[in-house]
Write a protein that binds this ligand. Structure first.
Ligand code: SAM
Length: 221
């Protein structure tokens, strides 16, 4: 019942605030046809990411976890014409679906998808002294969130905003006895954030068509 209600409210919000969008619909349809898992952000969450990135005037966006490029399209639409988005994806199959979707969306000239383990790509970007990102979206394997945070901080500047998705895990984030490595991942992530003096952060619990979870928002001091 609760899940039905959360889904219905997501539809209500989407109908009111999100214009019919063939490109985003096609991105989801292509991802489903290619048998990618249905774990993209929900439409209201995609719009939230777009609103946040555009509100801070983000010109350089980093995404960790591309899947079929659904959230990537939302974020790319927040960029000014000279903006750039780099999205990191481990599975080449996912990345290729995303690249096609990004092409259809007409944002491929501003977005590059880098295939490989995100931790390796992030370390490479740090070594190459890649200019700082204004907005970072962390949405890959939860076990590595602490590492992604540590590495992302090296690619950030004062004022960089980050969002990490799936950080509540149906409330399991407060369960120290959980045997789920993804729960351990988000618990360590929260603990590091609490210790890290260089950032301010909070976590918002979210419900919707994707269930009960959470977004953590971070601002680099
Ligand atoms: N951000 C996407 C969206 O909302 O449309 C959803 C991303 S999905 C939740 C997580 C993605 O992270 C998957 O495509 C998965 O293959 C990728 N991933 C998992 N482990 C990874 C790793 N070590 N490095 C890079 N990507 C990884």
């Amino acid at each position: 019942m609760q899940q039905d209600l959360w889904t219905a409210v997501d539809h209500y919000v989407s109908d009111l605030f999100i214009e019919p969008d063939d490109v985003l619909d096609a991105a989801l349809a292509n991802s489903a046809a290619a048998q990618l898992p249905s774990i993209a952000v929900a439409p209201p969450q995609g719009k939230f990411l777009y609103l946040l990135a555009s509100s801070i005037g983000a010109k350089r966006i980093l995404e960790i976890g591309t899947l079929g490029g659904y959230s990537t399209i939302w974020l790319a639409r927040a960029l000014p014409p000279d903006g750039q988005l780099i999205s990191l994806e481990f599975e080449s199959r996912h990345a290729h679906v995303a690249e096609r979707n990004l092409q259809v969306a007409g944002v491929d000239d501003q977005v590059s998808v880098r295939i490989g383990a995100a931790a390796d790509t992030l370390k490479q970007m740090i070594a190459e002294q890649t200019p700082a990102f204004d907005f970072i979206f962390i949405d890959a394997d939860k076990e590595s969130y602490t590492l992604y945070l540590e590495l992302s901080l090296q690619l950030a500047r004062s004022g960089t905003v980050m969002i990490a998705d799936n950080t509540v895990r149906e409330g399991e984030v407060i369960n120290p006895a959980s045997e789920d490595p993804r729960v351990h991942g988000v618990r360590h992530f929260h603990e590091l954030l609490a210790r890290e003096k260089g950032v301010e952060a909070t976590t918002l619990q979210t419900v919707g068509s994707k269930g009960y979870d959470g977004f953590t928002m971070i601002r680099v001091r």
